[in-house]
Ligand binder design. Structure first.
Ligand SMILES: [Zn+2]
Length: 184
């Protein structure tokens, strides 16, 4: 499992940080974060958000209860970014990191990959930001692109039409949720 070596991550953030629109040359201040056994360098993008890839920031993945627990697997971010490049439309994360308490509150599976293991979360549910983009066809495009990008777990859900994507280290899983099977 890779969630990116310290140096590699630092360099990547620095290159993104330097392409800010403002034209300023101010270099973002790197920040060292400890997650379980790992040490990670994160570089803020200048707008108070920590950028993880061209289209995703850390705040989008944060646990909805506000606990700020965990970090996102960079392998997952890579898959999501590939999906984003494929659909060429704004996406939104409906559920990212979930602490145990929040996972229980939203009825998540006990062994959900949303819940951090060693401080790292391996799952995110995504859909289109714009309501009008959430057609069955478009939601299925998310599935196809996630599959192409090497996602390990992919699940299809309705209301709103969305796709669960994870990079679990234990193998390939595909499922269609009851909400999608029974939707009219
Ligand atoms: Zn939480």
């Amino acid at each position: 499992m890779c969630w990116v070596h310290l140096k590699q991550l630092g360099e990547r953030f620095l290159s993104w940080g330097s392409t800010r629109r403002t034209g300023e040359r101010s270099s973002p201040k790197p920040m060292l974060i400890h997650t379980g056994k790992q040490e990670l360098w994160l570089v803020p993008s200048g707008n108070g958000k920590i950028k993880l890839s061209q289209h995703f920031s850390h705040n989008e993945f944060e646990c909805r209860c506000g606990c700020m627990e965990g970090l996102v697997s960079t392998e997952l971010v890579e898959v999501l970014q590939t999906v984003r490049y494929g659909v060429r439309a704004p996406l939104t994360i409906t559920s990212g990191i979930r602490c145990k308490k929040h996972n229980t509150a939203v009825g998540g599976a006990k062994s959900s990959w949303h819940v951090p293991r060693n401080g790292v979360s391996y799952a995110a549910d995504i859909t289109y930001l714009r309501d009008e983009d959430r057609t069955d066809y478009n939601v299925l495009r998310l599935w196809v692109l996630a599959d192409m990008a090497g996602a390990k777990g992919i699940g299809l859900y309705a209301n709103p039409g969305r796709v669960h994507i994870d990079v679990r280290p234990t193998g390939r899983v595909r499922w269609i949720d009851k909400s999608w099977r029974e939707k009219t």
